[in-house]
Design a protein around this ligand. Structure first.
Ligand SMILES: [Zn+2]
Length: 351
């Protein structure tokens, strides 16, 4: 039963991404939140996914929920190599099924949002879904662009932060249960984002989260004792209740990174379009060898800046080649939110 619940939750949570992918004007907070209770973890989950996610094959969706259940059930058993392609096909079918459901939910959720907006004409004048990293729509103004993004201005648990004065404790290791999975790549106008097929989990503090997507920032949003890095990859995970845990892996200049190369090889030619390769990726390849980390409670680093996000920042960076870094910088020379006040938050780190 739990697997079915997860499928439904994911389908609900991912209304946002579809809205985003189909609308050049950017995320629509109303539709992202309408499917969930306001202020709930689910609303946050939908919002984060909306931040930049999309799934493949929206219009061809015809699969039912059943394949998703079967796929999920198989995940717990041993896997032979022969099963792999079948499982990938099943996952893709499951993704499409979820997408169809999202589309339906999005359609259902649009009406109430418009009513809400019309009820406050003065506010509506200032409502927009456009945000960027500089200028009028830059980070300093995110909280004013859309009423649903007020946390960007008023929150006191915002991310990113400059990580310093961590409390050194014996932090339990994050358990990474990643395996080869199908994926797609979108340039969402704010970053390059890779949506990953199901079955990739982390367990931390006795809670299991499933990897949904990963995306890149340049330079790194996080700082460690004031030091920034060339880039960072944010691996966004969601638990069964919709709560988010983001694993941040810092990227420094060095040798080529194979998984990043695979993503770059599959970049879409146009913004807001999705490439769905037929190969699989193993997200383990993105992880550093040492698994020490910092952890603190923060927020999405993009509108709507929802809080309640568990951040897990790996201490050891991985490397990417100068050419790999240069390629991303041609698309996004600067897509990092400035560091936010840590406001006395507890930061723990592996001893
Ligand atoms: Zn991010």
């Amino acid at each position: 039963m739990r697997n079915l619940t997860v499928s439904i939750v994911l389908a609900s949570c991912l209304i946002g991404p579809l809205a985003y992918a189909q609308r050049d004007s950017g995320p629509d907070q109303g539709s992202a939140k309408a499917g969930a209770k306001p202020g709930s973890a689910m609303a946050k989950g939908a919002a984060e996914a909306k931040d930049s996610s999309a799934k493949p094959g929206a219009k061809e969706a015809s699969a039912k929920e059943a394949p998703a259940k079967e796929m999920a059930a198989k995940d717990s058993g041993p896997m032979s190599e022969g099963d792999l392609s079948i499982r990938i096909a099943e996952r893709l079918a499951a993704l499409k099924a979820r997408q169809a459901e999202r589309a339906a939910q999005q359609a259902r959720s649009q009406k109430p949002r418009k009513v809400v907006r019309r009820s406050d004409a003065a506010m509506a004048i200032h409502q927009s879904d456009h945000w960027s990293y500089e200028g009028e729509n830059g980070p300093a103004n995110w909280g004013k662009i859309n009423a649903a993004w007020s946390k960007c201005a008023t929150g006191n648990r915002q991310s990113p932060i400059d990580i310093r004065n961590g409390m050194k404790v014996e932090l339990e290791q994050i358990q990474f249960d990643y395996q080869p999975a199908g994926f797609n790549v979108i340039d969402n106008g704010h970053t390059i984002q890779v949506t990953v097929g199901g079955g990739n989990y982390i367990t931390v503090m006795n809670q299991q989260y499933e990897l949904v997507q990963f995306h890149f920032h340049r330079p790194s949003e996080e700082r460690i004792n004031g030091k920034g890095f060339e880039m960072v990859v944010h691996m966004v995970h969601r638990d069964a209740d919709g709560k988010l845990a983001v694993v941040a892996v810092l990227i420094e200049r060095g040798k080529p990174q194979p998984l990043i190369q695979t993503v770059w090889n599959n970049l879409p030619l146009e913004k807001h379009t999705t490439v769905t390769p037929t190969i699989v990726i193993d997200v383990n390849e993105l992880l550093p060898q040492r698994r020490d980390y910092f952890t603190y409670m923060g927020s999405l680093t993009t509108p709507p800046c929802s809080e309640g996000v568990l951040w897990l920042v790996m201490k050891e960076p991985v490397q990417a080649s100068p050419a790999q870094l240069a390629l991303f910088s041609r698309l996004y020379p600067m897509n990092a939110r400035p560091v936010q006040s840590s406001s006395g938050r507890v930061i723990k780190e592996s001893n």
